[in-house]
Design a protein around this ligand. Structure first.
Ligand SMILES: Cc1cc2nc3c(=O)[nH]c(=O)nc-3n(C[C@H](O)[C@H](O)[C@H](O)COP(=O)(O)OP(=O)(O)OC[C@H]3O[C@@H](n4cnc5c(N)ncnc54)[C@H](O)[C@@H]3O)c2cc1C
Length: 343
C-alpha cells in the first residue's frame, strides 16, 4: 500500500478541526475523520481564552469567531447564589470584550494578551471551523466515518475506518493524531493509560432555549450581567449562558432528566417560557494520559502516533484552550518535520 505523506486526524471536535485548518493552511495534506454525520448541537466548551484567540488571529479567523460568538458588550460576571431571587452570596466581575480591549489598549508593558477571550459555544465553533476546513484544498473532511483501529510501522501509519453504510477502508499516512475525545480509541489502541481519579461526580447537563431569561435575570446590574451562576446547594448546580444569550445550560446532580426542569425553574426563580432541548449525564474525572505519543520502533524511529485534546486530559478544567494551544504547537512541528522525521 503506498504511503502518501498526509496526516490522519481522528475526531472533529474543536481540537481536531483546528489542527486540520492549521495544517491545511500550511499546505500539509490531511484527512479528518469524524464518526458523527455532522457537527452536533450539544453544549460542551463555551469559552476561548486569550491564547486561543491569538492563535485564531494568526489563522485569520479571529473576526469570524467573534462575529459568531457572544456580543462584545456583555460582561462575563460569575455569581454564587442560593437562587436568582435572592442577593448573591458572591459576585466575581469579569470584563466584557469591549472592556478587556480597552485595558489591552491602555497597557503597553507586555503583560496583556494581544486578543481578549471570546465566549463561543462548541456547537457554534465546530461548524465554523468545519467550513474553514472544507475550503482548504489540502484538507479532506470525512464525517460519518468511525475510526476502528490502527497499525504503525517504521514506514507509516494506517487506520481502518468504517463509514455509515458499513463499508470499511484503510487510510494511510505519515502521522496520525488522535483528537477523539475523552474515551479516545486512538489512545487505547496505542496502549496509553490514563492516571488519576475517575468518576468523582456524575451530573446531568441540560440545554434550555429561553428567549426571555437574558432580559429578566433578576441579579446583577442589568440584563445579561451574569454568565455563570453557581448555586450553593448540595447538588453542585450551576447555570451557564451560551453565546446566543437565548440558550442556557444547567448542570446538577439529580435523579432524572425531568428533574432538570424543576431545577431550572427553582434556580432562575422568574416565570418564563422555555424548552428543554437536550439532557444527558456526564462524569467528572481527573485523569491525565501518561504520555502523548508513541513511535513505531524501539529506537524511536518511524512516524509517531499521538493524542491531543480531551483524548489526553480527561478533565473539564483542562479547557479547550489548552488543547488548541497544544495542538497548534504540534501543527508547527508537523509543518517543520520532514516526512518520517521526529515530532
Ligand atoms: C458536559 C460537559 C461540559 C463541558 N463544559 C465545558 C465548558 O464549559 N468549557 C470548556 O472549555 N470545556 C468544557 N467541556 C470540555 C470540552 O468538552 C472539551 O474541552 C472539548 O470538547 C475538547 O475538545 P476535543 O476536540 O479534544 O474533544 P471532543 O470535543 O470530545 O471531540 C472529539 C471528537 O472525536 C469524535 N470521535 C470520538 N471517537 C471517534 C472515533 N472512533 N472515530 C471518529 N471520530 C471519533 C467525536 O465524535 C467528537 O466529535 C465540557 C465537557 C463536557 C462533557
Amino acid at each position: 500500500m503506498p504511503i502518501d505523506k498526509q496526516v490522519l486526524i481522528i475526531g472533529a471536535g474543536p481540537v481536531g478541526l483546528t489542527l486540520a485548518v492549521d495544517l491545511g493552511r500550511r499546505g500539509i495534506a490531511c484527512t479528518l475523520v469524524e464518526r458523527n454525520e455532522a457537527p452536533q448541537f450539544l453544549p460542551k466548551m463555551e469559552r476561548c481564552n486569550a491564547r486561543t484567540m491569538e492563535i485564531f488571529r494568526r489563522m485569520g479567523l479571529v473576526e469570524k469567531v467573534r462575529e459568531a460568538g457572544l456580543r462584545s458588550d456583555i460582561p462575563m460576571d460569575v455569581f454564587v447564589i442560593l437562587s436568582m431571587a435572592e442577593p448573591p452570596l458572591l459576585h466575581m466581575p469579569y470584563p466584557s470584550i469591549d472592556e478587556a480591549r480597552a485595558r489591552i489598549r491602555a497597557c503597553n508593558d507586555g503583560t496583556q494578551p494581544l486578543e481578549p477571550y471570546q465566549l463561543i459555544s462548541q456547537y457554534t465553533l465546530e461548524p465554523l471551523l468545519k467550513a474553514e476546513a472544507d475550503r482548504l484544498p489540502s484538507v479532506k473532511v470525512r464525517y460519518g466515518c468511525e475510526f476502528l483501529s490502527l497499525h504503525q510501522d517504521v514506514a507509516g501509519v494506517s487506520a481502518t475506518i468504517r463509514s455509515s453504510d458499513g463499508q470499511t477502508e484503510t487510510l494511510a499516512g505519515a502521522y496520525l493524531v488522535g483528537c477523539d475525545g475523552g474515551s479516545s480509541r486512538v489512545r487505547k489502541s496505542l496502549g496509553i493509560a490514563l492516571h488519576g481519579e475517575g468518576n468523582l461526580l456524575e451530573l446531568r447537563q441540560a440545554l434550555f432555549r429561553c428567549d426571555e431569561l437574558f432580559d429578566k435575570i433578576p441579579i446583577g446590574e442589568g440584563p445579561g450581567h451574569g454568565r455563570h451562576y453557581h448555586v450553593a446547594d448540595g447538588q453542585a448546580t450551576f447555570l451557564i449562558m451560551q453565546d446566543s444569550t437565548r440558550h442556557f445550560t444547567l448542570h446538577s446532580v439529580v435523579e432524572s432528566d425531568e428533574d432538570m426542569k424543576a431545577m431550572f425553574e427553582s434556580t432562575i426563580s422568574v416565570p418564563v417560557d422555555y424548552e428543554m432541548l437536550s439532557c444527558a449525564p456526564w462524569r467528572q474525572n481527573l485523569l491525565l494520559a501518561d504520555r502523548a505519543r508513541t513511535r513505531a520502533s524501539r529506537r524511536g524511529r518511524g512516524p509517531p502516533c499521538r493524542t491531543d485534546g480531551r483524548a489526553r486530559h480527561e478533565y473539564r478544567r483542562w479547557r479547550c484552550d489548552r488543547f488548541i494551544l497544544e495542538t497548534c504547537r504540534n501543527a508547527c512541528r508537523l509543518g517543520r518535520a520532514k516526512p518520517f522525521g521526529f515530532l
